[in-house]
Design a protein around this ligand. Structure first.
Ligand code: FEO
Ligand code: CA
Ligand code: CA
Ligand code: CA
Length: 514
């Protein structure tokens, strides 16, 4: 029995065993309600919930823990939305569906008098944001040659994880955007950014180029000791870097959403894990490195020096080709950095390095960063491997993270569906959700709280402010399906429905044991 006392609720759960069942398995006395699943109508206009549910964020309406807006990312489509793709080429109709079902959903959710969470499709806020929605571009690349002089961009897609801002908006991260952009013949440089949306205001849609363009996983926002805003970000590729953006200006609570302008100007840093330094990814630094007579290509950069000098002519070029610029200035290539979270307990920063088979890191690990002086604005840090995946810890391939108010980390795993239940991944069975205390006697112990249906991963854990409800996405159940008449999962098992539907569940039961 594991106690998970937080500052708000106390209780216990019996950790579950790994499972291969086509079910969302929870500990005894916990239950879930499916609040929205792929293709459900979300509003009066008839718009549909997207596919590939990932990040979630709950925004209380009038401070309520039982009615609010839920913002969900939609990362990618699959056979259940597009149908089979013949000869690797999408039809025009499939390309339209691909753009439609990615992006984000804003839905209104509530807990009814029986304690069941539901979607309110009469909501005036419910809407889709997808591959067709127009965004304003901000920051150093706006209107520059790097983006073909564009000041706006069509659509967002490949939205993986994200984060909430201090001013009540959502940041959503464009991760593996290349394929969708190429299929739809959209300019590739308009994707791979962090976008910002206001769930309560449909006119507020921004792409912030100051935060760099790469395979963005997430954002984690905090405040430096001097009041500047800090955003930690992972670039989820093999041998890619961990970043933090530090705003030029300072956060002013009274300014509300206008603080968003802080994300338009500041310094983007990349982590060097050997020196323990955050190095600025700026035109000045890139130029300095390229002009050094002893210049040697760093690991991961193969272009010739002359071509690099031609490529990096402005800060717009630096943010647009961020991964290459970061390696040039000394960023450390790491093992697929996914989610990053700042501990509300002690300001340490946790990063999931999910795995990297190039270097034999099959099960991944969670890195913990200690910023100098506990100041998120510091340019120096130390780090430790907080927990390593593998048989001993009982989890493999950590991905999204969420903290409860007592500093317990809630960690979901992402063993790829081609590796699940095979080889060295056998003992972990289906992907799950684990609770890992970050202090005390159980520090770094992983206790399994949930197991997902076949071929799925669990994503986007997000608590209501009172921590009595946990929203969680069930992403890509049944994604190994090749024959729609014989799917590998039919979760959420709707009567008469042969489709596996990714979706978002609300988990209740946290008051248990009070
Ligand atoms: Fe979309 Fe990096 O997970
Ligand atoms: Ca992820
Ligand atoms: Ca992942
Ligand atoms: Ca994934």
């Amino acid at each position: 029995l594991f106690g998970f006392k937080t500052n708000k609720v106390s209780g216990y759960f019996n950790p579950i065993q790994p499972s291969k069942e086509d079910k969302l398995v929870l500990p005894k006395n916990f239950k879930y309600d499916v609040v929205a699943a792929f293709d459900d109508v979300i509003n009066k206009a008839g718009e549909k919930f997207g596919q590939g549910a990932d990040y979630n964020a709950y925004f209380p309406i009038n401070g309520s823990n039982t009615r609010g807006l839920l913002v969900t990312n939609h990362e990618y489509t699959n056979i259940f939305s597009l149908g089979p793709i013949v000869d690797g080429k999408m039809t025009a109709d499939q390309i339209q569906k691909d753009l439609y079902y990615q992006g984000m959903s804003v839905i209104e959710v509530y807990r009814d008098e029986n304690g069941t969470w539901k979607m309110d499709t009469s909501s005036k806020y419910a809407r889709r944001i997808n591959g067709m929605t127009k965004f304003d571009i901000t920051g150093p690349a706006k209107g520059t040659a790097a983006l073909g002089n564009a000041t706006t961009a069509t659509g967002t897609f490949a939205n993986c994880s994200g984060g909430v801002t201090l001013w009540n908006t959502v940041l959503s991260c464009e991760e593996n955007f290349a394929e969708t952009a190429a299929n739809a013949k959209l300019p590739e440089t308009h994707y791979g950014w962090v976008v910002e949306v206001d769930p309560f205001d449909k006119s507020f849609l921004k792409k912030h180029t100051a935060l760099g363009r790469f395979n963005h996983e997430n954002t984690a926002m905090g405040i430096a000791a001097d009041g500047r805003v800090v955003v930690y970000m992972g670039d989820d590729k093999k041998d890619a870097c961990v970043y933090k953006f530090v705003s030029k200006g300072k956060y002013d609570k009274l300014k509300g959403r206008s603080n968003s302008a802080l994300l338009e100007e500041g310094t983007l840093y990349v982590a060097n894990l050997k020196s323990g330094k955050w190095l600025p990814v700026t035109l000045e630094e890139v130029t300095k490195v390229l002009n050094n007579e002893k210049f040697k290509n760093p690991y991961g950069v193969s272009a010739k020096k002359e071509d690099l000098i031609k490529k990096f002519k402005s800060q717009a070029d630096v943010v647009t080709n961020c991964h290459e610029a970061a390696l040039l200035v000394g960023g450390t290539p790491t093992d697929r950095p996914e989610d990053v979270e700042i501990s509300p307990f002690d300001n340490t920063v946790f990063i999931c390095h999910t795995n990297n088979d190039i270097h034999g890191n099959i099960h991944g690990h969670i890195t913990r960063i200690f910023e100098a002086g506990n100041d998120l604005g510091s340019v120096e840090f130390d780090f430790e491997i907080f927990a390593a995946g593998g048989r001993q810890s009982g989890f493999s391939s950590p991905d999204n993270l969420a903290f409860d108010s007592n500093g317990h980390l809630w960690v979901v795993t992402d063993i790829s569906s081609s590796s699940q239940n095979k080889g060295v991944h056998k003992s972990f069975m289906n992907n799950g959700l684990f609770v890992i205390p970050t202090s005390g006697a159980d520090q770094a112990k992983a206790l399994q709280f949930a197991s997902g249906p076949n071929d799925s991963e669990l994503t986007g854990p997000f608590f209501t402010p009172d921590e009595q409800t946990l929203f969680l996405s069930v992403q890509h159940p049944g994604e190994n399906t090749t024959d729609l008449n014989n799917p590998t999962s039919t979760w959420p098992h709707r009567p008469g429905d042969k489709k596996a539907r990714c979706g978002v569940v609300a988990i209740s039961g946290f008051k248990l044991g009070n």
